[in-house]
Design a protein around this ligand. Structure first.
Ligand code: 5GP
Length: 226
């Protein structure tokens, strides 16, 4: 996935307004495979300056269209176990028989520097981050417009074998049962519309009082002097 370099975030500075420092946010997008999450993520990363993708580690074999270090860090099971042992993963889960995890250090640095981080992780990982960093988390769940459309999208993608498609269809129902654990739910009828909606969510969440950690200083500066 191509991503623009992240800038340290100073709210308002980009449109000539006074600077208010803020803490970054963790934007989680979850959905069953094939609901359009990857396409929405790619568009968000292209359109949002201050958003970087958290690149997970996984023991899943690399697909032909994927690049190591861009889509995932592909590692073996022994290395994955080592990372857990070292407490180097913010969360980890097993999905479709493969292990996936989020490297911790990059996420913590981004938050401190006011950079926002996008996660393409499942409900298990989302629950774990909610337990650790509840105030930084913004959870969005993407639903497909119908079961038929979901199956059609999985087949069109054709990155997986027929057996894999069948397995993912049967997992979709269980993944979708977790929608009530998310803050925002959107049905992906149209990619552009869905991207616009997620950007609206991000814009509003950036303005939350508790994220704007520089507000006290800023409001002090507005008080009449003398
Ligand atoms: P895929 O194999 O299609 O790339 O991903 C399968 C599932 O694993 C997707 O639902 C994806 O969101 C999830 N996933 C990818 N990376 C992570 C991760 O680091 N942690 C967790 N918990 N899930 C992940």
């Amino acid at each position: 996935m191509n991503r623009p370099a992240a800038k340290s975030q100073i709210a308002g500075a980009e449109c000539g307004q006074p600077a208010v420092h803020r803490r970054g946010l963790l934007l989680v997008l979850s959905s069953p495979s094939g609901a359009g999450k990857s396409t929405i993520s790619r568009a968000l990363l292209e359109q949002e300056d201050n958003l970087t993708l958290s690149i997970s580690v996984t023991t899943r074999p690399k697909r032909p269209a994927e690049t190591d270090g861009v889509h995932y860090h592909f590692i073996d099971k022994a290395r994955f176990a080592e990372l857990i042992e070292q407490d180097a993963l913010l969360e980890h889960a097993e999905v479709f028989g493969n292990r996936y995890g989020t490297p911790r250090s990059e996420v913590e640095a981004a938050l401190d520097q006011g950079r926002d981080v996008l996660f393409d992780i499942d409900w298990q990982g989302t629950q774990q981050i909610a337990g650790k960093l509840p105030n930084d988390l913004v959870r969005v769940f993407i639903l497909p417009p119908s079961l038929e459309e979901l199956e059609a999208r999985l087949k069109r993608r054709a990155q997986d074998t027929d057996e894999e498609v069948r397995r993912r269809m049967s997992e979709a129902a269980s993944e979708m049962s977790h929608w009530p654990e998310y803050d925002y739910i959107l049905v992906n009828h149209d990619i552009d519309d869905s991207v616009a909606k997620v950007r609206a969510i991000v814009a509003a969440e950036r303005l939350r009082r508790e994220r704007q950690i520089g507000l006290t200083d800023f409001v002090d500066s507005l008080k009449p002097r003398g």
